[in-house]
Write a protein that binds this ligand. Structure first.
Ligand code: ZN
Length: 135
């Protein structure tokens, strides 16, 4: 597995437009894009070679809505870009690392993602993300 960079820091929010103001009004960042992924909506604010990813649920019963209800808004996960997420999954499985899925799942902007289970990472949810060519 090759880690290319810290792709983004995921932040759980109730409302992307509202929370984006923290970054665009307090700080000179820009909400560059949004993406719908299943029951989630994501908004990306580029910061140099990485991004802040705001993640909100589009349904009150969604897993992210429940997370925010229980833990409040705030930093949710770290995402590392890898060159091949399927290969990363095989390597992690071979090491016995618990994952949230056995195969790559669709992420924002056509990416493929997997999460390492936070119980194995001492409280930090870690996402591995592979971007499509040219992203
Ligand atoms: Zn993410």
């Amino acid at each position: 597995m090759k880690i290319k960079r810290l792709a983004h820091i995921g932040v759980a929010v109730k409302d992307i437009a509202e929370v984006a103001k923290v970054y665009t009004e307090f700080l000179p960042l820009e909400l560059a894009s949004t993406s719908d992924v299943g029951e989630l909506k994501t908004g990306f604010l580029p910061v140099g070679d990485t991004s802040i990813e705001l993640v909100m649920s589009t349904t009150p019963e969604g897993i992210m809505a429940k997370y925010v209800e229980k833990k409040g808004e705030g930093v949710h996960h770290l995402a590392f870009e890898v060159d091949d997420v399927a290969q990363a999954i095989e390597e992690l499985k071979a090491k016995g690392v618990p994952l949230t899925s056995d195969a790559p799942r669709p992420g924002a902007h056509g990416s493929k993602v997997v999460f390492i289970h936070p119980k194995a990472t001492r409280g930090v949810l870690i996402e591995l993300v592979e971007y499509a060519q040219g992203h």
